[in-house]
Design a protein around this ligand. Structure first.
Ligand SMILES: Cc1cc2nc3c(=O)[nH]c(=O)nc-3n(C[C@H](O)[C@H](O)[C@H](O)COP(=O)(O)O)c2cc1C
Length: 253
């Protein structure tokens, strides 16, 4: 079993980098392979744009999807994108590790998805969702927030963090992953000192122990339900009586 951990944090000594390391160690201790792809360390370029494409289908108009597909078929994708796709295809499991920044993922991770989940290669109309290229592989989002668990709860001041992650979770499902319930660590505050810092450190140490134990029980980690193709009409609306698993895909009142 090969685990790919994609880390999006600018600081090597951060708690997020530590979590990525913990996942790698836990996975390896069980005799598996684990690779950390550190986007900042690689200085990954998150902006998609025409300058990445060397053998343009249409030099006069940059159509991102068409150029992605064309370069995938020509085996002419940018070298970093090619390498990251190889890592994804080789992996049996994926972890996205990032701090919660402005109610979502850091821009470098969004850009990674924009550039690496290439049209024609990692998805196309007939290969999406439960028929996606990544079918049979599991993906887990692990994210830390500065705000407390209460503030990030469904009735909390900052809004439901689990729900705010839906675009990322859904994107992973879109390319075929079985998406696991995200692992969220709240109250990771910076700038603490003295007793408050000591208290946070001991709380986070407990979370790391819990995270490692959960990783060791990877097979039991619950998956998020998504609607299947058969739940939708030809116009792609939820059929009456079909289950709704998220406020993002719900029955109209
Ligand atoms: C640009 C930026 C945006 C942030 N936005 C949020 C946010 O929307 N919600 C939140 O709870 N914390 C937010 N934070 C706090 C971070 O989530 C927190 O510092 C981080 O999870 C701590 O992990 P680290 O020590 O690995 O950096 C933000 C921090 C930064 C730098």
């Amino acid at each position: 079993m090969h685990l790919l951990i994609v880390l999006a944090h600018p600081e090597k000594k951060s708690f997020n980098a530590h979590l990525a390391q913990q996942a790698q160690d836990t996975w390896r201790a069980q005799g598996h392979q684990a690779t950390v792809l550190d986007l900042y360390a690689e200085q990954f370029e998150p902006r998609e744009g025409d300058w990445h494409y060397s053998s343009r289908l249409d030099a006069g108009h940059f159509d991102t999807m068409q150029e992605q597909r064309h370069h995938w078929h020509q085996q002419a994708l940018p070298r970093d994108v090619e390498r990251h796709i190889e890592l994804l295809l080789r992996a049996d499991a994926l972890i996205l590790q990032f701090p919660f920044w402005w109610f979502g993922a850091p821009a470098i991770l969004k850009g990674w998805m924009d550039r690496v989940f290439v049209y024609g290669g990692l998805y196309q109309s007939q290969r999406r969702h439960e028929r996606g290229i990544m079918r049979g592989k599991k993906a887990l989002v692990v994210s830390t927030a500065g705000a407390s668990a209460q503030a990030c709860a469904a009735n909390g001041r900052d809004g439901d963090m689990r729900l705010l992650l839906w675009p990322i979770l859904h994107s992973l499902h879109y390319i075929g992953f079985e998406v696991l319930e995200p692992y969220l660590i709240h109250g990771v505050r910076s700038g603490l000192a003295g007793e408050a810092q000591a208290q946070q450190r001991s709380a986070l140490e407990q979370r790391i122990l819990d995270y490692r134990a959960r990783l060791m029980g990877w097979e039991q980690w619950p998956a998020i339900p998504f609607n299947r193709q058969q739940d939708f009409t030809e116009e792609l609306s939820l059929k009456p009586g079909a289950p709704s698993y998220s406020p993002f895909v719900r029955h109209l009142p």
